[in-house]
Design a protein around this ligand. Structure first.
Ligand SMILES: Cc1ncc(C[n+]2csc(CCOP(=O)(O)OP(=O)(O)O)c2C)c(N)n1
Ligand SMILES: [Mg+2]
Length: 371
């Protein structure tokens, strides 16, 4: 008879603020203060407006493409606040649906607009801001997070690295390699999987044979947990716990945040072609903004007049951001050479010189082309 190796595991699931805005007081202990909740509600509302404006910029031909964050703001909010409270010293390694976490930790809001407008300066992160440029290749950047976490461990720093990615990304080898490396090396690394139920037109139900996305980390020795990703309390709690675990025990965590992509995949997509409108309607009811507002109203912390003032503030802020992004000075001819290589090779030096002697619209001479 073969020997049996026993392995059993259970994945904990956290929900603290339910869809009706009712709080589980016991689980909410040591999580968000009233001020935190008001702050996060305001931030989520501003970023929801930003999202709507970005969508309109694309539709009116002022932006190339844009992936809406709509519906997923609570994941970015809870994670972003936990990092902000540590002085934004940790590294965030993002995908493209956690804008708020980046804004809350020092990324100027213009940057994301510039990125999607096709301006590389959108990827130029200010010095001292510990955020990598957003990753469009799916599932490649968890490796960068593992590498950064390794450096923190090697240097004995009190810092963690946090990667965000989607349910679809977990089918990529790189993503699994990153988790394996983090588990094997016991790195202060947190993997946040936003299971928004879709990877473009592929539903998460057929993305994997695994019952949860969280349990994919078990084999690598990660702590694995699931939470309601539309609940700022639950997200904040599991992120805080994961940070403690990473710092105190050197144990990495995989968090599966259950949420929903309320918009199309990007502005280049039309989800009505493959997605049931009834499903979307169900998730509209679970919108993180609606439930947070309900909670605040019940506690007497929010009112219609505060809402009106917030909407006016969001409008003003975002229109200023758009003005700054669209009003940026044109790139110089040197910009494309300055930020990729520390030292240019001979061919790039030649190209740089050629750029200086030709105006951008001018067709190079045949002689230049054949060289
Ligand atoms: C390596 C790679 N393969 C394929 C794509 C094309 N692609 C863009 S988004 C996407 C789906 C991603 O789904 P998920 O990880 O669930 O993230 P979501 O868009 O739902 O946030 C794919 C396959 C890509 N960008 N990179
Ligand atoms: Mg997805």
């Amino acid at each position: 008879m073969p020997k049996k190796v026993a392995y059993t595991a259970k994945i904990e699931h956290f929900q603290i603020l339910d869809e009706k805005g009712v709080l589980d007081e016991r689980l909410a202990k040591n999580t968000l203060s009233d001020e935190d909740v008001v702050f996060l509600y305001e931030q989520m509302s501003i970023v929801r407006h930003y999202d709507e404006i970005a969508f309109k910029l694309q539709r009116s031909g002022r932006m190339g493409t844009y992936p809406q964050n709509k519906g997923q703001e609570a994941v970015a909010a809870g994670a972003g606040l936990a990092i902000r409270q540590r002085g934004s010293k940790d590294w965030l390694i993002p995908c493209y649906r956690e804008n708020l976490a980046l804004f809350m930790n020092g990324l100027p809001m213009e940057k994301i607009l510039l990125h999607w407008m096709g301006d590389e300066r959108g990827n130029q992160i200010p010095d001292g801001v510990n955020i990598l440029p957003i990753s469009i290749p799916i599932g490649t950047h968890p490796l960068h997070a593992a590498g950064i976490a390794w450096a923190h461990k090697y240097r004995g720093e009190d810092k963690i690295a946090m990667a965000f990615f989607g349910d679809g990304a977990t089918s990529e080898g790189d993503c699994m390699e990153a988790m394996n490396f983090a588990g094997a090396m016991k790195l202060p690394c947190i993997f946040v999987c936003q299971n928004n139920k879709w990877a473009i037109s592929v539903p998460s139900s057929i993305q994997t044979g695994s019952e949860t996305f969280a349990q994919k980390g078990l084999a690598f020795g990660l702590h694995c947990v699931q939470c309601d990703g539309n609940d700022i309390f639950a997200v904040y709690k599991v992120i805080k716990d994961a940070i403690d675990r990473a710092i105190k025990e050197g144990k990495p965590t995989l968090i599966e945040a259950l949420t929903y992509r309320l918009g199309d995949h990007t502005t280049a997509d039309d989800a009505r072609r493959y997605r049931d409108e009834k499903e979307v309607a169900q998730w509209v009811k679970r919108d993180p903004l609606i439930r947070t507002r309900k909670y605040l109203e019940t506690k007497g912390l929010w009112s219609d007049s505060k809402q009106k003032a917030l909407e006016a503030k969001a409008k003003e802020m975002v229109s200023e951001v758009v003005k700054n992004a669209e009003g940026i000075e044109p790139p110089t001819k040197d910009d494309i050479f300055d930020y990729t290589f520390a030292v240019l090779n001979d061919e790039l030096i030649r190209q740089r010189e050629t750029m200086q002697t030709h105006s951008l619209g001018q067709v190079p001479q045949q002689e230049t082309l054949s060289r």
